[in-house]
Design a protein around this ligand. Structure first.
Ligand code: B12
Length: 233
């Protein structure tokens, strides 16, 4: 972090400068500054979704690149994630307050061995905004954890997130267990996370892979509508 940080008055920056400053502040893990900047953009009538994608996810992408290249390490990335969560907490109620009618239910969680939760949280927020009732079961979920949650909440959709190449195969363990128990077809299974792709989603027997939260919402709506139509026939 540079020493002149204190001299920057966020509200005096224009939108482009402010977003650039947010990239820097996210990189430096400055939660309060991120929260202030999110509020400024909202006051300037930015849509919450635009703040989320252009400023926060945009900033996190830079953090991700430098983490990959060995420029940033876990402690710094944790601080950045914490700052991101501060911004997301402000946006969450706004994204959820769209007044959309209830479309369906979703249980969502990150798989066993994996503690990444920013993407999952974002999907949960966007799904709530679209009218889904979301039960977030957190990180590091075992097969039993997923099965108990779907048994309890009876959602239309089960969502699994994995950010590591070492944890993504666990999604297949969950789906295979659902098949063994004869409950696979009772649920729409959506999977996501940076290392996944459509081919992987198909190979493990998921209904769909979604590359981001917006696609997750569209896909979920489509599948739920299809399911309800089938039920009506
Ligand atoms: C932040 C971060 C961390 C933070 C996590 C903090 C937190 N609370 O989440 C911390 C520092 C803890 C961390 C730890 C580690 N990390 Co990390 N991390 C990241 C980083 C930089 C960003 C991830 C992120 O939040 N992205 C922003 C969100 C918005 O994007 P997203 O997660 O992809 O989610 C979107 C979509 O994928 C999709 N989606 C996601 N989930 C779901 C679920 C459903 C159902 C659907 C439909 C869609 C969906 O929608 C989301 C929103 O649009 C990535 C880099 C990257 N490029 O992804 C590395 C990365 C994932 N981490 C990596 C590694 C190696 C690790 C560690 C092993 C490092 C270490 N040596 O300890 C540990 C593992 C800890 C563990 N057991 O889980 C590697 C993984 C490499 C690999 N091939 O497996 C990456 C890719 C970095 C890299 N290039 O090296 N990490």
């Amino acid at each position: 972090m540079s020493d002149d940080q204190d001299e920057i008055i966020l509200s005096e920056l224009d939108d482009d400068e402010l977003v650039q400053q947010m990239f820097d502040d996210l990189y430096d893990g400055l939660k309060e500054e991120i929260e202030e900047a999110v509020n400024i953009l909202l006051e300037r009538k930015w849509e919450p979704y635009r703040v989320l994608t252009e400023a926060l996810v945009g900033g996190m992408t830079i953090v991700g690149q430098d983490f990959r290249d060995g420029i940033l390490f876990v402690p710094e990335v944790l601080l950045a994630a914490n700052a991101m969560k501060g911004g997301m907490a402000i946006l969450k109620p706004l994204l959820a307050e769209t007044g959309a009618p209830r479309v369906g239910g979703m249980v969502i969680g990150t798989v066993k061995g994996d503690i990444h939760d920013i993407g999952k949280n974002l999907v949960g927020m966007m799904m709530e905004g679209a009218g889904f009732e979301v039960e977030d079961i957190g990180i590091n979920n075992s097969v039993e954890g997923y099965l108990e949650a779907i048994e309890e909440h009876k959602p239309e959709i089960l969502g699994m997130s994995a950010l590591l190449t070492t944890t993504m195969p666990y999604m297949k363990v969950v789906i295979d267990t659902m098949v063994e128990q004869g409950i696979r077809d009772d649920y729409i299974v959506l999977v996501g996370g940076a290392p996944l792709n459509e081919e992987f989603g198909k190979a493990i027997g998921a209904d769909a892979y979604c590359r981001d939260a917006a696609v997750a919402v569209e896909t979920a709506k489509e599948f739920v509508a299809r399911k309800h139509n089938q039920a009506a026939v």
